[in-house]
Design a protein around this ligand. Structure first.
Ligand code: UD1
Ligand code: UDP
Length: 360
């Protein structure tokens, strides 16, 4: 039977896959989901399958908590076995994690076409594991679905017009997801009441990038900035397990209580109701914009340059003084969030229809 095989492994991939799985179902395209196991805590993985009604993975490879080479290598080996059994028409991979690269590598060596959703993003910083994963995945993909016009431009500049690959811009599936769940989240999430977030202004923050968590100077500057901002705002910091482990062993004392990671519905309600966002997350930089909030990006560069160029988001690195002065500045901003750099909210349906037409 002809089918698509989708590789997921980390939190943002479950969220992105929810949009495409729905579109495949709508178009009658059979899909087999493979979870590498990279994220495994209930609130980093299972919650998204349950609340976003993603088809339960047919395979869970249970590979996690390893150094980069070992993780990617073991995933590639295990995915290869699944591909030999399932013989799909194409493999869909998302984003830039180790699971993405492993899926793409296993597939291309078996001559199975790879479709990369969120292709063409570049930070131009090869010290980021994600940059390596995305460059290599793009190069061996047959179908490259770009989330933005800048991503298409990046691929053109790398010569993709001369490669046997199809580059397409249908929009960002994360915009589809935000639109789809916005009304559902308001009914299902109890997070605002649970944490008495109704009245007082709060800042929503997340921190998990290796460049921040694994550099003690950067991590303490960021946490000290949040400690200072705690004098003005409630700080809502759903903490990635990577960051929690490091703070508990070596971090500065926090003047606020971080939360456990939250589900997507809770995240949407936090985004809608916060004053602004401080994050090093790729996904959250855009979701801040989708829900009409400015965002301080705790990075030295970003792949989502449209939002910094349009003046919605601001790069603040791990610079405490810059974070404090920009926080002051953005609390005065009042720009409407009318730009539409990420498509029309129907990217997943367009991608699924394109793949169906190309493959079946
Ligand atoms: C991974 C991705 C990153 C993405 C992020 C999304 C790579 C190289 N990095 O980073 O691009 O932005 O996911 O969240 O693929 N851990 C748990 N429980 C979990 C998940 C992780 O305890 O459910 C721990 C792991 O044991 C490990 C640490 O967190 O010690 C890091 O996990 P890992 O999957 O290696 O990378 P992330 O930082 O999550
Ligand atoms: N997210 C979530 N709960 C959290 C933190 C993040 O649901 O506690 C969502 C967030 O809204 C976005 C996605 O996870 O949709 C982004 O994932 P993450 O920040 O882990 O990875 P990145 O986008 O940086 O790769």
């Amino acid at each position: 039977m002809q089918k698509i095989l989708t590789i997921v492994g980390a939190r943002p991939q479950f969220i992105k896959a929810s949009a495409l799985s729905r579109a495949f179902q709508q178009l009658g395209v059979p899909e087999v989901l493979v979870h590498t196991g990279q994220h495994f805590d209930a609130n980093m993985a299972e919650i998204f399958f349950r609340e976003m009604e993603i088809p339960w993975p047919a395979y869970n490879l249970g590979i996690h908590s390893l150094p980069h080479g070992a993780m990617t290598g073991r995933m590639t080996e295990a995915i290869e076995q699944v591909l030999l059994t399932e013989k799909p028409s194409a493999v869909v991979v998302y984003g830039d994690t180790n699971s993405t690269l492993a899926g793409a590598l296993a597939a291309v060596k078996l001559h199975i076409p790879v479709a990369h959703v969120e292709a063409g993003l570049r930070s131009f910083n090869l010290r980021m594991p994600e940059e390596i994963n995305r460059i290599l995945t793009d190069r061996i993909s047959s179908f490259l679905f770009c989330p933005s016009a800048n991503a298409v431009k990046n691929l053109k500049e790398e010569g993709f017009d001369h490669f046997p690959a199809r580059v397409a811009f249908f929009g960002d599936v994360m915009f589809d997801v935000a639109l789809h769940y916005s009304q559902i989240a308001v009914r299902k999430s109890k997070i605002l009441a649970q944490h008495q977030l109704g009245g007082s202004p709060f800042l929503l923050a997340t921190l998990h990038r290796q460049e921040n968590t694994d550099d003690p100077a950067r991590l303490s500057a960021l946490l000290e900035a949040l400690n200072s901002l705690a004098a003005t705002y409630r700080i809502v910091l759903p903490l990635h397990p990577r960051t929690r482990k490091i703070i508990e062993s070596a971090g500065p004392k926090l003047k606020f209580e971080p939360l456990e990671p939250v589900g997507y519905f809770d995240m949407v309600e936090l985004l809608k109701n916060c004053s602004f966002v401080l994050t090093d997350s790729g996904g959250l930089q855009k979701e801040a914009f989708f829900f009409g909030k400015n965002c301080l990006v705790a990075r030295d560069e970003t792949e989502w340059t449209e939002l910094t160029e349009l003046g919605y988001n601001f790069l603040v690195g791990a610079d405490k003084n810059r974070i404090l002065s920009k926080s002051e500045e953005i609390s005065q901003l009042n720009r409407p969030f009318t730009a539409k750099p990420f498509g029309d909210g129907d990217a997943a349906l367009k991608i699924a229809a394109f793949l169906k037409q190309q493959l079946f």
